[in-house]
Design a protein around this ligand. Sequence first.
Ligand SMILES: [Zn+2]
Length: 277
Amino acid sequence: MRGNKMKEVRMDCPGGHGKMMLRKTKKRMTFRGVNIIVPIEQYRCTVCGVEAATVTQAARIQKTMADAYRKTVNLLTGREIVEKRKRLGLTQEALAKRMNVGIASIKRWEGGTIQSKSMDRALRIALGDQSVGDSCTGNREFSIPRIKLVLKEFESVLGKRLLKKNDKFLFAAKYLWYADMVAHREMGESLTGSTYAALPYGPQLNNYKDLIEDIMKADESKAEPLNRGEKRIVTRIALKFPEERMVYDAAHKEKIWKKQPNGAIIPYTDSAELTGF
Ligand SMILES: [Zn+2]
């Protein structure tokens, strides 16, 4: 049907040589500094060789170029995003919610706008791609000073202390876990690189007994500062769980914790299935 429609809008040569011919070719071109080959369908004058595309054709060429580029640099193409999303039975809205982006962003990426590398990672995570990076650390190098920094940030938003002497990290670990998981889900990268184990009293830092003292002693000024997006995640989590009990209870309802056997690592690749946040 589409093909027939295109024939109806046959173009005349702007040089006055009458009707132009529909021509399908493959063009080699440079797009954002990358060589791509793009199948192109447009009109060509058999007399002077001038080429022109209808609005529909031009839009399709743009989309094809964007997808050829994404394929070449290993980003999800618009078509791949649509296919993966539908396979999971997700609407554009549901996917947007998982990633905490507007539905317009999903529409743009599916339509041909090129996503950034980090958004591509977040997209893959939200779309359940199990091969995304390191599922133990959430694609970030483990940093004890950063754990302290994140917990200090929580303390300043919550207006209470989480880092207490002789603390077993019962509550601190839950805030941290949500922050790391949500950052991974929305930005493709955890905040602290921590690995979490499923323990009977909820998600906990793996080997937390060996870590707590080092965390308490750590110099958070040595950690990479939190960027705006990271701070916003901490703030959102703190506002949702103003009481320690709330974050504790929410974590205990998470099926990604429940489904793990006692002591097993909770992979970051499950972050798209968080329900409490
Ligand atoms: Zn012509």
